[in-house]
Structure formats: C-alpha cells, structure tokens
Design a protein. Structure first.
Length: 366
C-alpha cells in the first residue's frame, strides 16, 4: 500500500456506472432459472410462470459475455419444450418471443463486452498517464515522513485541480500543495506544468522565494496561450532544513498549515500572499516565515475542499477543532480518518479534497 491512498474505493464507480457488477447480479439469472425448475418440478399441476424465463437472458447481459448469455438462452428455450417441467404448454408465439429476446440479448452482450474492453483499455491508459503526472507519494523523503490523500471532485479520475509533491534537493526537502483554477480533467495540464516546474526548481533554485517566483512565471507564460482570461493557482510551499529542526513556509493565497503537537492543532501564522500566476508580487518577492520544529510535530495541510466544506445547514467543517481527535500514530491513517469525518459531517463533497501530512524527524538530541 503506498503512502497516499489515491482513491478510497478504487476509482469511485458503482456497478451502474461502469464498475464490475456485484456477485448478486451475476447469481440472479442462474438463481431465477433454478427457481423455475424447482417450482415446476415440485408442483403437481402445470404452473403459469414460464414468463419468468424471458427475463433471464436480459439479466445475463448485465454481467455475462455472449457465450454465457447464449448458453442461458438455450436453456430457457429448452425448458419451454420439456414436458416434465409443466410450464402450461407455451404456444408458438411465446416460444418465438423468448427466442427473439434470447438472440437479441446475445447480440447486446457481444456489443457490451467489446465496449467494456475498449473502455477498460482507455481507463487504464488514462490512469497510467495521470499517475505519471502525479506519482504516489513516498513514505519518507529525507528526514521527513509523508502521507497524503487525494479525492478528486470528478469521479473516476486520479488528478484534478489540486496537486502536491515532496522532493529533496541541495537545499533540503521542499514540499508544495496547491489548487489550480478549475478542477477535473481540464486542470490536468496546468497541474502537470506546475509540478514539472516545481521539480526543476527544487534542484536549481537557492531559496523558497525563488521557487515561488518560478511557479508564478510558469503560470503567467502558460496563461498567454490559455483560453481563460486568467490562469492562477493558490499554493503553500515548505522547505525543511537538512536537520529538520526548522521549516520555511510561503503561502500564495492558500490556507496556512496546521501545526500538530501533543494533540493540539494551531494555525501557523504565515503572511497571506497573492495567488500564483497573477504577477502581483513585484520581482517575485514573497513573504516567508521560519518555524521551529520539535520532535513529534506534524504539519497538516488541507485544500479549500476541506476548509470550505459545509454541512446541510451551511456551517463550515470545523477542521481545527476536530483534527486533534483524529490524529493517529500513522499519518496515513490520520488522512483517512479526516476524510471519513468530513464525509460524515458534510455528506456529498463537491470539490477536490487534498490533505498532506509531513512529519519531520529532527536529528540529534532534543
């Protein structure tokens, strides 16, 4: 299991929306066939339940291929003609109707199986491409343990408008978490552009301000060719010292991180900066703070999808108040518990939800 549980239940699809059918759907046509056989054999007189057999081939289409559907169709037609089953002597019209339904069901099963195979191939290719854009987060980068969770608003996708990454470079471990304009597949290209720029800046730029300036410039350049009037993103950037005793933080229109210590959550007082891509910070100057870290500290970052989530009454999700009770020894379990609590509190989540938990492990004695 990777450190980041990308999707809570596969890709979030139900069996009515492309996922494999549950076992009871596969069993249903066979169970109905057996029921008709047992009921007619046990009855001392003919039963007028032959019409139930006509439902078996269409039900088989939901979960079986053309060969299995054809087999069930042949069995259905055969049962209509076996005197021992006492099916009240169906007429030629009944037999022709059931035969037509069975043949049509085989054709539909053939079309569905080929369509599903093509969709599975395309879905697999899309998932591989999206994983290439945002690969699973390592459990540890340098002296920093990492855990994250991503739930895209557009179901069935792995990438949307939110993004994060943690990389180690010459200046230490750097991390970014942000939210680009829009969400879903339309935002993937912007996410890919920003993450590529961040990964290069981690290796090339001497300080965190320079990394933010590079991301800002990337979006300004990309917006020239964008159909949107403005292309912007909010983000928070962090840089851990090599000994993990301090962290530098820059906020670019993004909510500040929460510092977790002794089951207490406090907002790190980071000066609010302008979003990336607007070019409002002169000469790429961003306000930066330095925060000391103690053993056992954790930094918890959440996207707007959590901070701005509301329940049925319109009340915001109280993240700061609820987070201490959801902290677990395993950072990945913490993100899972926050997600479950968020869904329980708010019900339907309509925005991308991202969480990133960074646990520095300072070297030396305290």
């Amino acid at each position: 299991m990777p450190a980041i549980p990308w999707r809570r239940n596969g890709d979030g699809r139900s069996w009515l929306r492309g996922a494999p059918p549950p076992p009871w759907v596969r069993v249903l046509p066979v169970a109905l066939l057996l029921f008709v056989c047992v009921a007619t054999l046990a009855s001392p007189k003919p039963l007028d339940i032959g019409f139930l057999l006509g439902a078996i081939p269409p039900m088989a289409v939901l979960s079986y291929g053309p060969a299995a559907t054809a087999t069930l169709g042949v069995l259905v037609i055969a049962l209509q003609n076996i005197q021992a089953f006492h099916l009240d002597h169906p007429g030629n019209t009944d037999l022709l109707t059931i035969t037509f339904v069975a043949v049509l069901s085989v054709f539909v099963a053939y079309v569905r199986s080929h369509r599903d195979a093509q969709l599975d191939l395309e879905r697999t290719a899309a998932h591989v491409a999206q994983r290439a854009v945002v690969p699973p987060l390592p459990k540890k980068v340098g002296p920093v343990r990492c855990a994250g969770l991503y739930e895209a608003a557009e179901r069935g996708t792995l990438v949307g408008g939110d993004f994060f990454d943690v990389r180690e470079g010459p200046s230490g471990v750097r991390a970014v978490m942000g939210d680009v304009q829009g969400h879903g597949l339309s935002a993937v290209s912007t996410v890919a552009s920003l993450l590529g720029t961040f990964r290069e800046a981690v290796l090339d730029q001497p300080d965190l301000r320079s990394v933010a300036a590079r991301l800002d410039r990337r979006l300004i350049v990309d917006s020239r060719d964008s159909r949107h009037a403005e292309l912007f993103a909010t983000a928070v950037l962090l840089e851990f010292a090599p000994d993990a005793r301090t962290v530098r933080i820059i906020a670019c229109g993004s909510p500040p991180p929460l510092l977790l210590h002794d089951r207490k959550a406090t907002e790190v007082q980071v000066p609010p900066g302008t979003p990336l891509g607007l070019g409002l910070s002169p000469s790429g100057v961003y306000k930066e703070i330095s925060c000391p870290l103690r053993r056992g500290d954790r930094l918890f970052m959440a996207s707007d999808g959590i901070w701005e989530a509301r329940d049925s009454t319109g009340a915001f999700y109280p993240l700061v108040d609820r987070l201490p009770a959801l902290v677990d020894g395993d950072p990945a379990a913490t993100t899972a518990q926050v997600w479950a609590d968020l869904v329980s509190h708010c019900g339907t989540i309509r925005d991308d939800v991202t969480m990133l938990v960074l646990t520095p492990e300072p070297g030396g004695d305290e």
